[in-house]
Design a protein around this ligand. Structure first.
Ligand SMILES: [Zn+2]
Ligand SMILES: [Zn+2]
Length: 333
């Protein structure tokens, strides 16, 4: 039996829950959860905001732990090895998306907490390919958030061919944005943090920002016209989209990883400066390995607060109140 915490409905508290996972499947890996980050998606899923939650719901998709069992057919992984599991737990591995390295875009991909039980438990299972080894030099307690939030903000640098000479702005200094600042700095970019909270300036600079811009200051935003090769939006609130697009250099990209409901933008500046708007969902398997290796090389880790897993309700309230600085990780106990 696996022991975890489940919500029986969108409004319910998290309660102790045990379940029989059945036999370990072909090419599946069983991981002992040592730490599990909490992502805003865990909250959205608990509330069934995306209409794809099944109850009882066991959240948790930022797992760092150790392999305790290997299913038939698993190659290249060992019992006892430190690994992480993020948003995706399995994909078909044979469609065009999977074969071209975009397993995160596989139409058959299975979310770790979508139709299966996630990492708010003592054990979790994933397809071998999606079980990502943790390199030496990183503490497991820091790694969970890298496998979902970290990968989500790392991927746009590769996908948009961001060079070390680029100027990058990160909108929102929260669970995602603070990791994006660290990646951007280690990438070699000139980094600007945009936040509605001027009190975060000091911390944003410690995380790697060369510049800080109060995004409520429309004059400051206007003064940044034509500045950035990529504006990475990590917030899910509606923005003055034209004002942000105006800060892009010609050829620049407004890249969204925060799910604001809708964008309204004036078309002409997009045409004239060949600017573009896009988004991305986490990253593929090799990208996840590159991301975690990059973190080990540059000593990148999220700023975390820890709660014992038994205090999951308090941890979730802390997240929902917007108080997390900047990522919550559940620890054993
Ligand atoms: Zn997530
Ligand atoms: Zn596929």
């Amino acid at each position: 039996m696996f022991h975890g915490f489940a919500a029986s409905s969108p409004e319910a508290d998290w309660e102790a829950f045990e379940f029989d996972p059945g036999p370990l499947g072909y090419d599946e890996v069983e991981v002992e959860v040592e730490y599990c980050g909490i992502c805003h998606s865990d909250l959205s899923m608990k509330k069934n905001e995306w209409g794809m939650t099944s109850y009882p719901f066991v959240g948790g998709h930022e797992v760092a732990g150790r392999i305790v069992a290997l299913g038939e057919g698993v190659e290249g992984l060992e019992v006892g090895q430190r690994v992480g599991v993020g948003w995706t737990s399995a994909s078909c591995l044979h469609c065009d998306q999977c074969l071209s390295g975009y397993q995160n875009r596989c139409l058959q991909a299975q979310g770790t907490i979508v139709g299966r039980h996630g990492g708010f438990a003592d054990r979790v299972r994933a397809q071998a390919a999606w079980t990502i080894p943790i390199p030496e030099g990183l503490d497991s307690v820091d790694c969970g958030p890298l496998f979902c939030g970290g990968l989500t903000v790392f991927d746009p640098f590769v996908e948009n061919n961001i060079l070390p000479t680029a100027r990058v702005a990160v909108v929102g200094i929260g669970g995602l944005g603070h990791m994006a600042l660290k990646f951007a700095r280690a990438w070699g970019c000139e980094v600007t943090a945009l936040s509605t909270s001027p009190d975060k300036e000091e911390e944003a600079r410690q995380m790697g920002a060369h510049h800080f811009l109060n995004s409520r200051d429309s004059e400051a935003l206007a003064a940044a016209a034509g500045s950035f090769d990529m504006v990475l939006v990590t917030v899910n609130a509606p923005l003055d989209w034209d004002a942000y697009i105006n800060t892009l250099r010609p050829g620049g990209k407004l890249h969204l990883v925060g799910a604001a409901e809708k964008i309204t933008a004036t078309v002409f500046p997009l045409i004239l400066g060949q600017r573009s708007i896009g988004g991305s969902p986490t990253g593929g398997i090799v990208r996840a390995k590159e991301m975690i290796d990059f973190c080990a090389r540059h000593t990148i880790k999220p700023l975390i607060e820890t709660f014992p897993m038994s205090e999951l309700n308090a941890a979730m309230e802390h997240l929902e109140a917007g108080k997390a600085r900047y990522r919550i990780v559940l620890t054993p106990g």
